[in-house]
Design a protein around this ligand. Sequence first.
Ligand SMILES: [Zn+2]
Length: 452
Amino acid sequence: MKKRAGIFCLLLVVLLVGVAAVQAQPAPITAIKAGRLIDPETGTAATNQVILIEGEKIKAVGPNLAIPAGAVVIDLSKLTVLPGLVDAHTHMAMTYKEQPENNYYYLTYVMESTPLRAIQAASNGIQLLNSGFTVVRDVGNNALYADAALRQAIEQGWLPGPTVIPSGPMIGSTGGQFWPTPEMYKYHNIMFPEYIDANSPDEIVRAIRENMLFGAKTIKLCIDCKPWGYSVEDIKLAISEAAKGDCKVEGHVQTAEGAQRAIDAGIHMIAHGNALTPEQHRQMALKGIFLNGTDTPFMPYRGSEDAFKRTVANLRDAWEKKVPLTFSTDLDYWNERMKNEKTGEWLTRGDLTIAFLETWKAADIPPADILRAMTINGYKAADIIKERGPIKPGFYADLIAVAGDPLTNIDALRDVQFVMKNGMVFKKDGVMTPEKFFHPGPVRAPSGRWTR
Ligand SMILES: [Zn+2]
């Protein structure tokens, strides 16, 4: 026993010396010289700012900061620096197509495996980061937790990507958004994993606990996908259960009645703006309920003029009523017309996402308010604002830079020249430089008290 204790003590000493050696290594300092620095909270910009970054986090921001000797200096003095962008509602692991599935995502679900969809999501994440999206809420239709796996992989340091807020499978009452055949429903469990059927209070609690256990950071409910959707009491139960795992609840709504139940229950966020009435906008503003309008523009590859007019009118009314708006796309499709009209090159997932600016411009929403929806409101909706988003000391160093001034011309966001995530440079001079993000092991420990 004594010998074993001796060996144990020796191991402990070796371990402690090792820890001390790691701690003695100072985190690298990076100094960014920003020609202009936008604060989207106030809609203002300060000129000639210095941002000091120590390791992954921002240490100081100001006009006349001394740059420590040995710091890596990044000169963005000709650019406008701003916080990273947020797509508050997307589906990185679902891509239905015209061929072979005729835009019918039941078929995508049957034909594409979770591993394939997870790899698609990883690629989409890199494309989104390249366009300045450092945070993505990924809310359902992700096969068997491909969204949670991608979050984990990015957080651990396997590959670059935005901070993913995954919901896991959408939780709905019998059938979810599917209309399956009896044989597929009853004998082949076709609902899962695209949806979790949860009808009674017990089933709702179980579904939410399972999603949180498997890595969800937000909970998505199908409020009214079927006439037998969730009641105010059901939604309130979901909100209180999700809160135990630090998750907020988003409700997918497609009817005014469903929207009203979600509003009455005090839900955190409503997805899809189509069914909301002006009176409901007023109530949402009063209660501070976020809107993921998923405001699809009319493009050569998507949408119709009539639908676009309605979407623009709804977004405009929500803005006038002061609903807390987020920038959201619901992108989960692809077709062969998604090309740059001038060059003929494929549009990236980032290009397709930023194109949703067209709806906001058509609704005549001021650039400062669009920018707030794409940043501050997005961080709040994603419930990460305490640690990530604002360019302030103590926050993770996630920031982007563009050539123009998005406060006067929002289209400046279409040309992202620089992207930093967690203090690492992902893009510089308009070119992706992601080497530092790739590792052959989980080099970054998961943050927070959760292991997933
Ligand atoms: Zn969606």
